[in-house]
Design a protein around this ligand. Sequence first.
Ligand SMILES: *[C@@H]1O[C@H](CO)[C@@H](O)[C@H](O)[C@H]1NC(C)=O
Ligand SMILES: *[C@@H]1O[C@H](CO)[C@@H](O)[C@H](O)[C@H]1NC(C)=O
Ligand SMILES: *[C@@H]1O[C@H](CO)[C@@H](O)[C@H](O)[C@H]1NC(C)=O
Length: 240
Amino acid sequence: MRKYLLVIFVGVNLLLGGVNGRFYKDAEREIDTNGMSAVGDPGMRRNGLRVAFEAWNFCNEVAHEAPDMGSPRAADCFDVSIMNGSDSTLLHKVSEADNKLGIGRTFKGLSTEAMHRPDLYAVEKELYLGSLCEVSDSSKPWQFWMVMLKNGNFDTKAGLCPENGKPKPPFTTTKNFPCFGEGCMNQPTLNHWPTHLLGDGTMRGWFNGTYDLDADIGKGLTNLSFYEVIWEKKLGSGSW
Ligand SMILES: *[C@@H]1O[C@H](CO)[C@@H](O)[C@H](O)[C@H]1NC(C)=O
Ligand SMILES: *[C@@H]1O[C@H](CO)[C@@H](O)[C@H](O)[C@H]1NC(C)=O
Ligand SMILES: *[C@@H]1O[C@H](CO)[C@@H](O)[C@H](O)[C@H]1NC(C)=O
């Protein structure tokens, strides 16, 4: 069953783009051919990182949230307070409660329309996280680098994939993208280790998780879908 899970990473190799929740496409177009962002944080050299996570199903929707995970949007954004000597601290701008927000839970700016609709909720949550992360120290405010994760299983019987913007009823096909049954298009689990400043001056954090909702990834990863994105940089030098 599990061997049919396809996991597609888009942008994990920090292709990313200085993604801007609101003007996403415009920001993308500004990435030059070397994959460097022309907006925000070219080369990812900024100490105060802005990174976010988004997951999609096959149809570029959210459809349903994974149990207890909230809406599949999250962010890790902080500024560094540079003190004398070794006493720098990371001032996080997004709480874990913010990252866990999911349908039915309100936040500043959420519309009543989106409250119980996972697709709309994800969009508004992303904008909200963007507002917490926004960097306005240049003429072009920007929010974060985005890590995108997409489920490659297509559940043709779920009726979740619109066609040309119109709802499409379930249909049967045996080709192309295998689905092992109900739930194959689910959203992943998401664990977040917020960026910490370690004793040697390295800053480090990660997102990881799996599409196998019943798996315990602490007990080994054999035959599981598993993704992990780790970011790391020395305070004051180099790039992420
Ligand atoms: C840092 O150290 C310098 C020189 O010792 C001192 O003048 C300054 O007030 C200190 N700054 C802070 C924030 O402690
Ligand atoms: C995934 O993240 C969790 C929570 O931060 C961590 O405890 C775990 O070690 C990570 N798993 C792997 C396989 O790296
Ligand atoms: C992983 O899957 C393969 C192929 O189905 C199977 O032979 C193997 O025993 C599985 N390993 C574990 C640890 O479940």
